[in-house]
Each structure stands twice: as C-alpha cells, then as structure tokens.
Write a protein that binds this ligand. Structure first.
Ligand code: CTP
Length: 421
C-alpha cells in the first residue's frame, strides 16, 4: 500500500517516526509529508532516511509534477499523526495553503487523523466542532489517549501509541467502502480447519487451527455469489450450514483432504480458484494401530512414533497447474513471526516464491497486533508480473475474507458491483 504520512507541528512528531517504521516494516511505501512547523521538531533527514522519499512542504516545490495531485492520486491511505488543532481546523475549512492540506483536499482514499494537543485545546469547543465536522465529512479521527502531556500536565490529548494508530489506520483502509466483487458464476474450492493424523482408533496428531478464517472466506465468497466447495477438516467452531452456494465436505486427515481437493477440481477446467486455508499436517504416523495402543504395566518404556511425510497439497496443485492440468488461481496461507533478520513481509515473500502459489496470505502471529480470536493481522502477497505486491489487512477475519475475495476477483478479471462494504 502507498501511504502518505502527514506530520503536524507538535512535540509528538517524533512518535510519527516510529509509526513510519511500523508501516515500512510491513512492506508499505510511505511518503512522509511534514508541515513546515513539524520540521522544527523532527528534521528532514530523519523522514527522508526512514522512508527513502524526499521531503516537500510546499506546493511550490516540484511544481512541474503538480505534486499534491500526483501524491493524492497515488495514495491508498493518508494518516496524519500528530494532527494538531490548527491542521484539523484548516482541513475543516477546506484550506490548501501547504502541501499536506492541499493533498488532503485532493485525496479520495481514506484519511485518518490521530490528534495530539494539550487537554484544554482538545476540549475547546472549536476543536470539538472541527473533530465532529471531520467525522461527518467521512474522515476517521482517532480519540487521543489520556496520559502525560508535554509539560508536567496530564490529561486527554496524548498521541495514541503508534501501534494503535497503525492498527486503526489499516482497519480504516481495509473497510473503507471498497466496492465488492460480484462472484456469480465463479467456482471456488476453500479448505479450512486442521487435519488429524490417526495413531490408533482413539488418538491422533493434530494442530490448533480453529477453522474460523477458512469458514469466513467460504462464507464471504458464497455471499458474493460464488459456488463454493468448503473442504472442512477439524474446527473449534461449529460448521456453517450448507446452502446451494456453499457445499461442505468433511475430511479428517491430510490424505483425505488431498483426495477431496483432487475430486473437487475434477477435470480441472471449471474451478477458478483454490484457497488453501487449512492447516495441513506435514507428517503422519507410518502406521495406524488397528486397536488402541496399550502400555505394558511391567515396563517403563514408551513407544517411539515413526512419522512419514504427507504430500504438500498446495505444491502438488502448483505442479499440476504448470503441467496444464488445471487453471485455478492458487492461494496459500502461512503463519509467521518476524525475526531480527527478516520482517513478516520478507518471510512471506520468500515463501510465496518457494511455494509457487499465485497469492499468499501471511498471518502475523505472536504479536500484540492480533487481538482476540475474531481479529487478525495479515498481509496479502500477490505476484504481479515481476513484482510482488503486498497489502496489509488488520481487522476481523471477515474483513480479511472480503479483502481477499476482492483481490482474487481482480486477478480472475471479475468486475465489481456497486455494493459497498
Ligand atoms: N499446505 C499443504 N500441504 C501441506 C502443508 C501445508 O497444502 N502438507 C498448505 C497450507 O494449506 C497453507 C500452506 O501450504 O496454504 C502453508 O505452507 P507451509 O509452508 O506448510 O506453512 P508453514 O506451516 O508456515 O510452513 P513452515 O512451518 O515450513 O514455515
């Protein structure tokens, strides 16, 4: 995503540098746009070094490119942090007297303000009116945090934690009235849940996949008109009801799942996409005991499990596609934590390349960006010609399902309908 980061002239400007890093670490291209007074708090070199973009403050710089129009047209999101009382007042008044205000006036993408100021300024009726007007005009204004302010005072007016701004900004971008695709006539296969590999009639090797994300994808696709076959392994949640648009086939092990995907693809000509959300076990016991494995009461030893590799179903689909056996668009899922050397986006990109899928959804796990079971933080990575494009989505699993369907539809060349979500 291309993000314009507007920085107002307040002491909290230094926190915007951390916000910029959060965005770039997730693979976003950030164009910093400080106001002239913001540069008195944090100078140009910081913004330029962190973003890799030159800094302009006036519409009279870089005039030949009509910079404010060019920047606004190319942006997917504008985030203003800190948003000062003066900057918000100027936007409410429709002013365009510097590059940032002119860009905001031109932008048609979501614009998010994260205000920061002293409590008296935040509570002043003029600021209250301006914030209410901004919200009425369709902008997102995040309420400031309560806490220590610049001096010895404390109260409402503190810039929220950059992670909170990050989360709210991406949520605004992903739910911002995007046109939803009409998937009527489209056939999709979605796998969900976790496989179980039997050890004996009562025991198995399994995983913690809840199945929620895959079910949300299958339902979102069916709601948008697609005919969906949901191949459902084990879930923590109850399975959705089947319908004319949503057929459900239950499976247990990786081999059963592979077989079901193969059957759903049939002759391979009629399925448009396969979305592999299922958590498939990479290994299974070499043999399954026909009766319950018993312990020997006279001995302390324990049996050793011998495992064999399960097929990599997604890789098999990629190979079959390259042999021309089907033409389905292939989407994989991966769970990653960033490391010291690699961001989640980088790990995802190398997995997209090594798996050979057309698209990969990388779930960021193990950070406080994932709130609760229904929330998710993910990056959709897609191959476009020689490039890998990325889009971060923070929101509910349904938000991610809808974004994913929109991206899949655009790659299947399916147009949008006018419904807004
Ligand atoms: N997958 C599959 N068959 C398997 C294992 C995984 O089709 N035997 C699919 C999953 O459905 C998912 C993707 O491959 O779409 C996940 O890829 P994988 O590399 O197995 O993911 P991780 O578990 O993240 O891998 P690793 O632990 O090796 O990083």
């Amino acid at each position: 995503m291309r993000i314009i980061l507007g920085i107002g002239g307040g002491i909290a400007a230094y926190k915007a540098a951390m916000l910029l890093r959060l965005f770039t670490e997730q693979g976003h291209d950030v164009v910093p746009m400080p106001t002239r007074s913001a540069l008195r708090f944090v100078g140009e070199p910081t913004w330029e070094a962190l973003s890799g973009h030159p800094v302009n403050t006036s519409v009279f710089e870089d005039v030949e490119s009509v910079n404010h129009v060019r920047q606004a047209e190319r942006a997917d999101l504008v985030v203003v942090a800190p948003a000062t009382a003066d900057l918000m007042a100027r936007v409410v008044g429709g002013r365009a007297d510097d590059l940032l205000s002119a860009t905001i006036l031109t932008a048609t993408c979501p614009v998010v303000f994260a205000p920061a100021m002293h409590t008296q300024m935040w509570e002043n009726p003029a600021t209250r009116r301006n914030v209410a007007q901004l919200r009425e005009d369709g902008y997102t204004v995040i309420d400031p945090a309560v806490g220590r302010l610049t001096g010895h005072d404390s109260g409402a007016g503190r810039l929220p934690d950059p992670r909170e701004i990050y989360r709210r900004a991406l949520a605004a971008a992903s739910s911002a009235g995007a046109a939803l695709p009409d998937l009527t006539g489209c056939r999709l296969v979605v796998t969900a849940g976790g496989t179980r590999e039997a050890l004996d009639p009562v025991r198995y090797l399994g995983n913690r996949s809840s199945g929620k994300q895959g079910i949300a994808i299958a339902q979102a696709a069916a709601d948008l008109g697609a005919s969906v076959e949901l191949i459902l392994a084990h879930t923590e949640v109850s399975a959705p009801e089947g319908s004319e648009k949503l057929r459900i086939r239950r499976v247990s092990s990786a081999l059963e799942l592979e077989n079901a995907v193969g059957e759903a693809l049939g002759d391979g000509r009629s399925v448009d996409g396969v979305i592999m959300t299922a958590a498939v076990a990479d290994f299974r016991p070499r043999s399954v005991a026909v009766s319950k494995i018993k312990k020997d009461p006279s001995a302390d030893d324990a049996p050793t499990l011998e495992l064999v590799r399960n097929p990599d179903i997604l890789r098999g689909l990629v190979e079959a596609k390259s042999r021309g056996e089907h033409g389905a668009f292939l989407v994989g899922f991966a769970a990653e934590t960033g490391s010291e050397d690699h961001t989640v986006a980088e790990l995802g990109e190398s997995k997209l390349v090594s798996k050979g899928a057309d698209m990969l959804v990388v779930n960021e796990v193990g950070t406080d960006l994932v709130f609760g079971q229904d929330q998710t933080a993910a990056t959709i990575l897609v191959r476009e010609a020689e490039e890998i494009r990325s889009e971060a989505v923070v929101g509910t699993k349904i938000d991610l399902a809808r974004r994913l369907m929109t991206r899949v539809a655009s790659h299947l060349n399916i147009g949008s309908r006018t419904a807004r979500g």
